[in-house]
Every structure is written in C-alpha cells, then in structure tokens.
Design a protein around this ligand. Structure first.
Ligand code: UPG
Length: 436
C-alpha cells in the first residue's frame, strides 16, 4: 500500500515514531496504519446510495425455534463497551455513571444484570468491560462494590488511543501545551485490535471461550439471551448483528444494507453509519420504510473466527474508516483543525464472510445518546424488569416516546435542574407497580 501511495510513504514514519514512543502495541499501530492508508489514498470514506441496496427481510427472534443449550454458557463472554465519555450530553466522565432509576446508575444495573444472569443460569458466565483511558479509573471504582464481577485485567481491558491528524497537511497533530489532546479514542471498532493487543483475545481463547456477546453500556435492554446464543452457535456464522425494525424515532444510528457490488451474496451485508452518508443522501438514510433495520450494536462474535481474520489479514481487520472533523482542543474552536479516524464495531459485519443479522424485539434496545433519551428512560414509558433490564412498557406497543427537549437542556446538568426529582419518582412508582 505504501509503495502505491507516496503520501502514506512520506507521512507514516512520523506516526510510527510517535506511536512507538507512546508505547502503543502492534495491533493498535496496525489498525491506525490501515485507517491512515485509507485517508492518504484519497478514497472516499462515504457510502452513497448507489453503493447499497436495502435489506428486505431477515430472520426474526420469534421465528428462531431453537432448543436452547445451556452448556454454551461456559464458552461465552459478555462484554460491555464503556469507553465513550458522553461529551454530547456535556459529560466528562463515562455516561454509564449517570443515575437511571431509583439511584442506580447504568453500571449498577449492569452489575445487577450480571449477578442475576449468574444466578439464573447457575453458571459463572464471564463478564468484561472495554474501558478507555478516560473511563477506566471511575468505572473500576464504581464497580468495586461488586467484587463477584471480577477485578483488574479479569474485568476490563483498556482500549487504544490514536493520533489526531492535522487536517491541512495530514501530519501528526501537535499541541505542546497539552500533549494529551494530540490523542483520541479510535471509536468502538477499536474493540477488535484492543482485544488482540491487550492479550484478552488469546486469554479468552485459552480458557475455552469461543462466543462473545457485546453491547453498548448505555443499552440496558441488552442482556445475554440463551436462545440467541444457541441460534448463533448452531448457525456456525462468525458474526451476527441484532437489528431492530426502525421507527420514526430511529433516524440516527447505523442502518443495515446490502453491498450493491455483491447483491447475490448473503454475506454482502454492511452497516452505514450517519457519518458515512453523503449529505445529498440523507433523506434516503432517514427513510425508515426503505432501510427498515438498524443496528442495535448488540453483536455476537465467534472469537476463533476473529483470531483467524487477524491472522489472515496480517494483524488488522480492514474496517471501513470514518473521518470525524474536530479542533485539536475541542473546547477551543480556534485551535488547529484535525481529523480523528474512527471505526464502528458493527462495521465488522462486512469483514466476516458468512456474517448474519437477526431482528430482535424492541425490548433488547433502550439506548441513551441524548438527554431526550435519558429523560424518556427515567420516565414511566420504561419499566425496570425483575432481572434489572430497563424495557419499554409493553403498553407502548414497541414505539419509544419521541422526546424533544429544547436545546438548552442538551446537557445533563441542565436537564436535572429542570426536573430535579419528578422523573426519578416516576420511575420508582412504576417499578413499585411491577413489584420489584
Ligand atoms: N465507545 C467506546 N469507545 C469509543 C467510542 C464509544 O467504548 O471509542 C462505547 C460507548 O461508551 C458506548 C458505545 O461504545 O457504550 C456506543 O457508542 P455511542 O457513541 O453511544 O454510539 P454510536 O457510535 O453513536 O452508535 C452505535 C453504533 C450504531 C448503532 C448505535 C445503537 O455505531 O450503528 O445504531 O450504537 O445505539
């Protein structure tokens, strides 16, 4: 790639030196190298309408009809993505530290879900988190009251950081007054290189763990489902995405599509994220009747197949790259313009031949991206179930509330100041009604 790409050949040594000096591992460097090679090649990182076809039908959860196999639980790890900071909601800490209901935070509810799962299944199902350098300390401190979850590298691995790229000349961004700002998290697609580089992938495989169920820590509907695990294991597929039917409230997030270059292949599935849609195609992106399924980011990965992909691809999965334009100091809009190269975990659907998707009930998806979502989740439109999931009230017939707060409530502290107690109480009343 470097030989046919003179820009890459000229610029890469500077990045390599910077990343080595910072002590980044080979997997992190290989992932960034691939992303940077795409950037310097001048290839478009967009997925236009002309490149994709809609997906019309998929198997649904209700139609799976499998004989569940509890023996698979000993070969499974449940993993939560927890590296994001929730900056869009004005947070400087992990979003999962926010209280959701009855004084319990996302992390408390996740810990309770794991405890419940271990009791219900009667097995010590392995649980892990992917943190980032910004979320690790707070998260481990918050979870220290649940020692049964595990500790240290048994409980978490920390994702990589990537160099920010100066927009003007593509050199590594330099910000001597605050060198930390020269680095950014490379998106949740970093899950794969972070598992490889931290040694987690090898460790799990050595313990006989073959299946991984991974989901966002802001999705309290995503718990280990034995029916889905069994279906996934029996299918022999290397990768499975849980998708949900899109409603008018789901115009953002990533939608599933078929790669138009390979419409005859069932493995031609791909994920199109908002950041990959050209402006002129935005209307079609939001056409929920055309692109009917969106990615819940609840994914099932065969870890042996993942290790094989790394081996076959020379240490880097070639995930589609996204460009995120920012300033090097996010709080100083006049500071140097930079590009942050990011990848999405679900985009791996196009890296695994034979990858599949399944339509799951709405109860497996309760995301919190904005204060609108948090407002809704804390209200009685959602219920806390006895196994500590937060689920849309069945009375809403699968339709989440479409909350639109004024822009002045974009940040959590402003929203909390508007409704200091009422929503928490609402949530308590509804859980009391459920008797849990
Ligand atoms: N996260 C990390 N590391 C990162 C970035 C994010 O661990 O570098 C975590 C974050 O903490 C959260 C999860 O990843 O738990 C998801 O991140 P977020 O920014 O909230 O979600 P999006 O990237 O906007 O969207 C993801 C998928 C999208 C899907 C949506 C469902 O990319 O396809 O529709 O989740 O909520």
């Amino acid at each position: 790639k470097e030989a046919s790409n003179p820009k890459m050949a000229a610029l890469w040594p500077k990045y390599e030196e910077k990343m080595r000096k910072e002590g980044l591992n080979e997997a992190a460097m290989a992932a960034f190298k691939y992303n940077f090679s795409v950037l310097t090649s001048g290839e478009s990182t967009m997925i236009p309408e002309s490149a994709i076809n809609p997906v019309d039908s998929l198997p649904s959860y209700e139609s799976l009809n499998v004989q569940t196999d509890p023996a698979l639980l000993n070969r499974t790890v449940v993993l939560k993505l927890n590296g994001g900071l929730g900056t869009g909601m004005g947070l400087e800490k992990a979003k999962s530290l926010l209280p959701v209901t009855g004084g319990l935070s996302f992390l408390d509810l996740i810990a309770q879900q794991v405890k419940d799962m271990k009791t219900r299944f009667g097995t010590d199902v392995k649980f892990m988190l992917m943190n980032s350098f910004s979320t690790s300390d707070d998260t481990l401190a918050a979870l220290s009251k649940y020692p049964e979850l595990g500790t240290g590298s048994d409980l978490e691995f920390v994702q990589n950081k990537a160099p920010k790229v100066t927009e003007a000349d593509l050199t590594p961004a330099s910000w001597p007054s605050s060198p930390d700002l020269e680095w950014c998290p490379p998106g949740h697609g970093d899950l794969y290189p972070a598992m490889l580089g931290s040694g987690t992938l090898d460790k799990l495989l050595a313990k006989g763990i073959k299946y991984m169920f991974v989901s966002n820590s802001d999705n309290l509907g995503a718990t280990l489902d034995l029916q889905l695990l069994t279906y996934f294991a029996k299918s022999g597929s290397p990768f499975m995405m849980e998708v949900a039917s899109r409603t008018d409230a789901d115009k953002k997030g990533g939608h599933l599509a078929e790669d138009a270059k390979h419409p005859w292949m069932t493995a031609g599935l791909l994920l199109r994220e908002t950041a990959q849609c050209p402006d002129e195609d935005e209307k079609e992106f939001q056409n929920v009747g055309k692109y009917k399924f969106f990615n819940t980011n609840n994914l099932w990965v065969d870890l042996e197949a993942l290790a094989k992909q790394f081996k076959d691809k020379g240490g880097a999965l070639e995930l589609p790259v996204m460009k995120n334009s920012k300033t090097v100091d996010p709080r100083d809009k006049k500071s140097t313009k930079v590009v942050q190269l990011e990848t999405a975990m679900g985009a791996a659907i196009s890296c695994f031949p034979g990858a599949t998707a399944v339509v799951v009930p709405r109860s497996r998806f309760a995301p919190v991206k904005t204060t609108n979502d948090l407002f809704a989740l804390r209200s009685d439109a959602y219920l806390q179930t006895p196994d500590y999931r937060i689920e849309l009230d069945p009375k809403r017939e699968g339709v989440p509330p479409n909350v639109k707060l004024d822009g002045m409530y974009k940040f959590v502290d402003a929203m909390d100041a508007m409704v200091p107690f009422s929503l928490q109480l609402f949530a308590r009343f509804s859980t009391a009604r459920l008797g849990c």
